[in-house]
Design a protein around this ligand. Structure first.
Ligand code: KG4
Ligand code: ZN
Length: 358
C-alpha cells in the first residue's frame, strides 16, 4: 500500500463497528455488529447490556475488518476511535481496546468526536468543500451546525430535551408496535414510518414545537407528551388496555412523523436564513448535509428537500448505511485528521481525551 491507512473503531452506543480506509477514502475492509435486536426486546438500551455486548464483540469485529482489508496492524498509519459523545460504558470498551491496540502495535491514536464524524462522512462520498450546513438527527442527537473545517464546527442549534429518534422510539413503544406483525424487527422510527404510510396525519393536529422561540434549537419532549395524551384518550374511548390501540395507530404515527418533520424543517429553514444573512455559506452551490439514523426517513427527507429547494441549497444525504453508526465514518474522520495533521496523539498518551464539541 502506498497510501496511508487508518483503522476506525466505533462503540459509542449500540453498534460495534470497525473499518480500514485508505487515504483516499476507499473502504478496504469493514465489520459491524449491531445490538439493535437485543435492545428492541428489552424496550430500550440498558447501558450495562450494551457494554457487555461491545466487550464480547470488539475483538472479532476489529479482526474481521482487518482481515477483510488484507492489512496487517503493522501497516496502519493510525487508529481512530470515538471518544465522545455517547454512553460512557460503551465508549469505555472501544477506548480500552484501542489503548491496548495502539500500545501493542506502536501506532498513533486519533480521538474522534462521534458527531463530527457523522457530519463529515458525506465528504468520503461527494466532493463537498467547507463550509456547509449540516443537520444531524439520530436516537441521541439533533443538531444544526456549520462545518467550517475538519475540527471547526459552528453549532447553531441542538436538542434541549430528547432527540427525534428517541421520541419516535418511545411513541412506538407506547403503541407496542413491536407486536405489530409488520414491525417486529423494525426500530421505533422505522415502524412509525411504515405505519404512517396508511395514516391520515390531519386527524391529530399536534402542535409543532417551539413556534415562538427565535433560535435553531430543537425540542421533542412536548410533542411526545401530546402524542401520549392522545393515545391515552383514544384508549379510554375505545375501552382497550394500554398499548393495544388498533383503530388509529396509523393516523397517530402519521401525525407524529409529520410534526417531527415540520419541526426539523422549520428549524433548518431558520438556520439557512441565518447563514445567508451572515455570509456563513458560500454563495455558489451552498450545501445542506442531512445525516443520522432518522435521516433515512423518507417523509422527513422530503420535508428537508422542499426547504433546500426553496432556499437554493443543494441537499446531500449519505445512503442509510452511512447515516447510522458504523466504523467507516470514524476511520474517515481519522483520514481527514491525518491528512491535516490534526489531533494525532502518541500511542502512550492517556486517551481519556475529549475533543472539542461541535
Ligand atoms: O444514528 P443511529 O443509528 O444511532 C444513534 O442514535 O446514534 O439512529 C438510530 C435512531 C433510532 O432512534 C431509530 O428509531 C431512528 O434512528 N430511525 C428512524 C428511521 N430509521 C432509524 N427514524 C425515523 N424513520 C426511520 N426510517
Ligand atoms: Zn450516531
Amino acid at each position: 500500500f502506498c497510501s496511508r491507512l487508518v483503522l476506525g473503531i466505533e462503540t459509542s452506543c449500540d453498534d460495534t463497528g470497525a473499518a480500514v480506509l485508505d487515504e483516499k477514502g476507499a473502504i478496504l475492509g469493514e465489520s459491524l455488529h449491531s445490538q439493535k435486536e437485543v435492545h428492541l426486546r428489552t424496550g430500550g438500551i440498558i447501558p450495562t447490556v450494551a457494554q457487555r455486548l461491545h466487550r464480547e464483540n470488539i475483538e472479532r469485529v476489529v479482526q474481521e475488518a482487518l482481515e477483510r482489508s488484507g492489512v496487517e496492524p503493522s501497516q496502519l498509519s493510525a487508529v481512530a476511535t470515538t471518544v465522545k459523545p455517547g454512553l460512557a460504558l460503551s465508549l469505555g470498551i472501544g477506548l480500552e481496546f484501542s489503548q491496548r491496540f495502539v500500545r501493542q502495535h506502536n501506532k498513533p491514536f486519533i480521538p474522534i468526536h462521534h458527531m463530527e464524524a457523522h457530519a463529515l462522512t458525506v465528504r468520503m462520498l461527494h466532493p463537498v468543500t467547507f463550509p456547509f450546513l449540516v443537520l444531524l438527527i439520530s436516537g441521541g442527537h439533533s443538531l444544526l451546525a456549520v462545518a467550517r473545517g475538519v475540527d471547526d464546527f459552528l453549532l447553531l442549534g441542538h436538542n434541549l430535551d430528547e432527540a427525534p429518534g428517541d421520541t419516535l422510539d418511545k411513541v412506538a413503544r407506547r403503541l407496542s408496535l413491536i407486536k405489530h406483525p409488520q414491525c417486529t424487527t423494525l426500530s421505533g422510527g422505522q415502524a412509525i414510518e411504515l405505519l404512517a404510510k396508511d395514516g391520515d396525519r390531519k386527524r391529530f393536529p399536534f402542535k409543532t414545537p417551539m413556534g415562538q422561540t427565535p433560535d435553531c434549537c430543537f425540542s421533542f419532549a412536548g410533542l411526545r407528551n401530546q402524542v401520549t395524551m392522545t393515545i391515552m384518550k383514544q384508549e379510554a374511548e375505545e375501552g382497550v388496555e394500554q398499548g393495544t390501540l388498533l383503530s388509529c395507530v396509523n393516523d397517530i404515527a402519521a401525525a407524529a412523523q409529520h410534526t417531527v418533520a415540520a419541526h426539523l424543517a422549520k428549524r433548518t429553514h431558520r438556520a439557512i436564513l441565518f447563514c445567508k444573512a451572515n455570509g456563513l455559506l458560500p454563495s455558489s452551490n451552498p450545501t445542506l448535509v442531512l445525516s443520522g439514523g432518522v435521516a433515512s426517513n423518507l417523509y422527513i427527507r422530503k420535508a428537508l428537500t422542499i426547504i433546500s429547494e426553496t432556499t437554493g441549497l443543494h441537499l446531500l444525504c449519505p445512503p442509510a448505511k452511512f447515516c447510522t453508526d458504523n466504523g467507516v465514518m470514524i476511520a474517515w474522520n481519522g483520514v481527514e485528521r491525518l491528512r491535516e495533521g490534526k489531533g494525532i496523539l502518541s500511542p502512550n498518551v492517556d486517551i481519556c481525551y475529549e475533543p472539542k464539541a461541535p
